[in-house]
Design a protein around this ligand. Structure first.
Ligand code: SF4
Length: 350
C-alpha cells in the first residue's frame, strides 16, 4: 500500500479521476495533511464518508517516528527520526528571533565522502522518499506543538544528511508541494538547497525558481577541492562550477550563498582568501564562513581565531558580503558537517 505522502500533485489528480472524485478533493486532502497535520483519513470531516473509507483502503499515512531528541544550550533541537526500514535520519530545528529554521535531510548517509563531514563518513545508504522528506516537517511541527514552542518553522534548508541534488526527483517533487499554496505554502525566499554542485539538477532548480542556492565550495582552487571534497570535485571541476554559477539568473535582491568551512591549516590562509575573492569576483553572492566543527574520526582542527578574523577582514575589504556563521547546536553535534545517525548517544528520549 502506498504512502499518500509520496504522491505528487498529478498522481493524486490521476487517482481522483480514476475513481470519479472531483479535482478539488486534492486540496481538501492536502489541507488536512499539510496544513492541519491530521494523519487519519477517518478524521477528515469535510470528505464524504465513503471516500474517506476508500482512501484508507487505498493508502496509508506513514510518518517518520521521533526516536530521540537532543536540545542544545542555545535552544537548537536535534530530532532523531526512525524510518519504516529502521534507518535513522536527523533533522535540526534552529531557533531564530521570530521563527525556527529547519535543516532537512535528503538521503540516509551520503555518497560524496567530503573529508570534513561526519555524514560523508557513513557512506551512502539510500535516498529518502518524498514522504520522508515532507514527513520531517510534519513531525517537527507536531513535536513543537507538543512542547508548546512559541516559534513556528518558517525557513527550510536542505543542509542535513545527504546531497539533495543526488536525490533530485524526490527533492524536486517535495519542493513543488512545499511551495504550493494548497500544500505547505512556504515562500521560495525561505527555502534553500545546499549543494556541492551537480550540473543538471542545479540548472533545473535555478530555472524553475524553486528557492535559494547555497553552494558548498570550501576550497578556492581545484587541487584543494580534490583534497577535501574528492568526489564532489570530480563531478564538476571548480572552473565549470564557477561558470555555471555566473550563468544562474537571480532576482533583484537574491544572491547565491557560498559556504566555506574554515579548516585549521588547510584552507584558512590569506592566500586562500585572495583566491576565493578572485574566483567569486563576477558572482552575485554572499559568503558564509563557518569554523570547522571537530567530529569523531575526522582528522582536522578548527582554525585559529586570528586566521578567521584575517580571512573575514580581507574578503570584506574587497567588497564581499561576508557572514561568520555562528554554528548553533555544537554541543549536540547538530552543527554543519556533524549530522550523523548516532541515536544510541542521545540523552533524552521523546
Ligand atoms: S558535506 Fe554534504 S555532500 Fe559532502 S559528504 Fe557531507 S553531506 Fe555529503
Amino acid at each position: 500500500m502506498r504512502n499518500i505522502l509520496d504522491l505528487s500533485s498529478s498522481e493524486i489528480e490521476e487517482y481522483l479521476r480514476e475513481i470519479g472524485e472531483p479535482k478539488f478533493r486534492k486540496s481538501q486532502i492536502w489541507n488536512w495533511l499539510y496544513v492541519r497535520g491530521v494523519f487519519d483519513f477517518h478524521k477528515m470531516s469535510n470528505l464524504p464518508k465513503g471516500f474517506r473509507f476508500r482512501l484508507s483502503e487505498d493508502f496509508k499515512i506513514e510518518l517518520p517516528k521521533v526516536s530521540a531528541v537532543k536540545t542544545a544550550q542555545d535552544g537548537t533541537i536535534k530530532l532523531g527520526l526512525s524510518l519504516q526500514d529502521k534507518n535513522i535520519i536527523e533533522t535540526v530545528l534552529i531557533p531564530e528571533r521570530t521563527h525556527y529554521t529547519q535543516c532537512l535531510s535528503s538521503q540516509v548517509g551520503c555518497a560524496l565522502g567530503c573529508t570534513f563531514c561526519s555524514t560523508g563518513q557513513m557512506g551512502f545508504i539510500r535516498n529518502l522518499t518524498q514522504g520522508e522528506i515532507l514527513g520531517q516537517i510534519l513531525v517537527a511541527r507536531a513535536f513543537l506543538k507538543e512542547i508548546k514552542a512559541k516559534l513556528k518553522i518558517r525557513n527550510l534548508v536542505f543542509m542535513g544528511m545527504g546531497e539533495p541534488l543526488l536525490n533530485w526527483d524526490n527533492v524536486k517533487n517535495s519542493l513543488y508541494i512545499l511551495r504550493d499554496k494548497q500544500g505547505f505554502d512556504f515562500s521560495y525566499r525561505h527555502t534553500t538547497i545546499s549543494t556541492v554542485g551537480i550540473p543538471r539538477p542545479l540548472k533545473e532548480f535555478a530555472k524553475e525558481d524553486l528557492g535559494s542556492i547555497a553552494v558548498s565550495l570550501h576550497a578556492p582552487n581545484q587541487s584543494l577541492r580534490e583534497q577535501i571534497m574528492p568526489r564532489a570535485a570530480k563531478i564538476m571541476e571548480l572552473d565549470e562550477l564557477i561558470e555555471l554559477l555566473k550563468s544562474i539568473p537571480l532576482r533583484n535582491r537574491q544572491r547565491i550563498t557560498i559556504e566555506y568551512i574554515l579548516i585549521g591549516g588547510v584552507n584558512d590562509s590569506l592566500e586562500h582568501a585572495r583566491e576565493l575573492n578572485k574566483i567569486l569576483s563576477h558572482i552575485k553572492c554572499k559568503i558564509n564562513l563557518i569554523r570547522f566543527n571537530p567530529g569523531p574520526d575526522i582528522g582536522y582542527a578548527p582554525p585559529e581565531e586570528e586566521k578567521v578574523i584575517a580571512f573575514e577582514d580581507y574578503l570584506r575589504s574587497k567588497g564581499q558580503i561576508v557572514t561568520l556563521r555562528k554554528s548553533k547546536g555544537q554541543d549536540i553535534s547538530a552543527a554543519c558537517g556533524q549530522l550523523r545517525a548516532e541515536v544510541s548517544n542521545y540523552e533524552t528520549k521523546f
